[in-house]
Design a protein around this ligand. Structure first.
Ligand SMILES: Cc1cc2nc3c(=O)[nH]c(=O)nc-3n(C[C@H](O)[C@H](O)[C@H](O)COP(=O)(O)O)c2cc1C
Length: 222
């Protein structure tokens, strides 16, 4: 049956539609303004939950405290089997991590590594190499902030070298290297004594300052 469209009900329907449209637009604008951002922390010690993971978690907690729009997630590579890049890739634990790096909600990365022979861990290098697919197409990591922290067994055990190595490598993905806030301008540098990194107040503070800065930059860039 044909609808009985009078001038009055046509105008009422049009008005309702216009209101709904403007409400939707406002909702979308609100949603845009309130877009949540996820900061991923990658802990690259083969020892799950140890000082590197704790340091990255401290950085993430500080990042989360910056703004309710910031969500955080720790990816502890400890105990996971992740090979370096290969022309003949074999499925491994990295496959579950890759989609998280492609997520449009990703606001930035905080990568932590132990200092091994004053260099980044093999696991950290493998993680960075396996991000290779993210150099293709839209380069989903490009123009997002990345911060780095390192934990060593000695006070001057190569922490700053490791941070530099990580940040330099992530430039290859178009990421924007971000240090901490003063006085931790390079990033997080922590000293692990007796497997209790919480004893290193200065180091933990450097991790927190890094997390804060990465979150602040992520918010500015989104
Ligand atoms: C293979 C290996 C190499 C290491 N090389 C260094 C080093 O060059 N400088 C240093 O200060 N500590 C070195 N350490 C100590 C680790 O950096 C330190 O224990 C760190 O806290 C380990 O991180 P995790 O607790 O998250 O496993 C090394 C440890 C291992 C196992």
């Amino acid at each position: 049956m044909k609808a009985n469209v009078t001038r009055r009900n046509f105008l009422a329907a049009a008005g309702t539609a216009a209101l709904a449209a403007s409400a939707n637009t406002a909702h979308a604008a609100d949603a845009g303004g309130e877009k949540t951002l996820r900061i991923l922390g990658i802990a690259c010690s083969p020892r799950q939950g140890m000082s590197t993971a704790k340091a990255v978690q401290a950085a993430l907690d500080a990042a989360k405290a910056v703004n309710p729009r910031i969500t955080v997630e720790l990816i502890d590579l400890g105990g996971l089997s992740i090979a370096g890049w290969s022309p003949k890739p074999v499925p491994d634990a990295f496959d579950a991590i890759l989609p998280k790096l492609r997520d449009p909600q990703l606001g930035g990365l905080i990568i932590g590594s132990p200092s091994y022979f004053r260099s980044l861990s093999a696991l950290c290098k493998a993680f960075i190499e396996r991000c290779m697919p993210l150099r293709e197409g839209s380069m989903p990591l490009a123009d997002k902030p990345v911060g780095a922290l390192a934990v060593a067994g000695n006070r001057n055990g190569g922490q700053e070298l490791v941070v530099q190595q990580i940040l330099t490598a992530m430039l290859s993905y178009g990421m924007l290297p971000v240090g901490g806030k003063s006085p931790a301008m390079l990033g997080g540098t922590l000293w692990n004594t007796k497997d209790d990194v919480s004893q290193d107040e200065t180091g933990i503070q450097s991790a927190k300052l890094l997390g804060t800065h990465v979150a602040e930059v992520a918010l500015k860039l989104c």
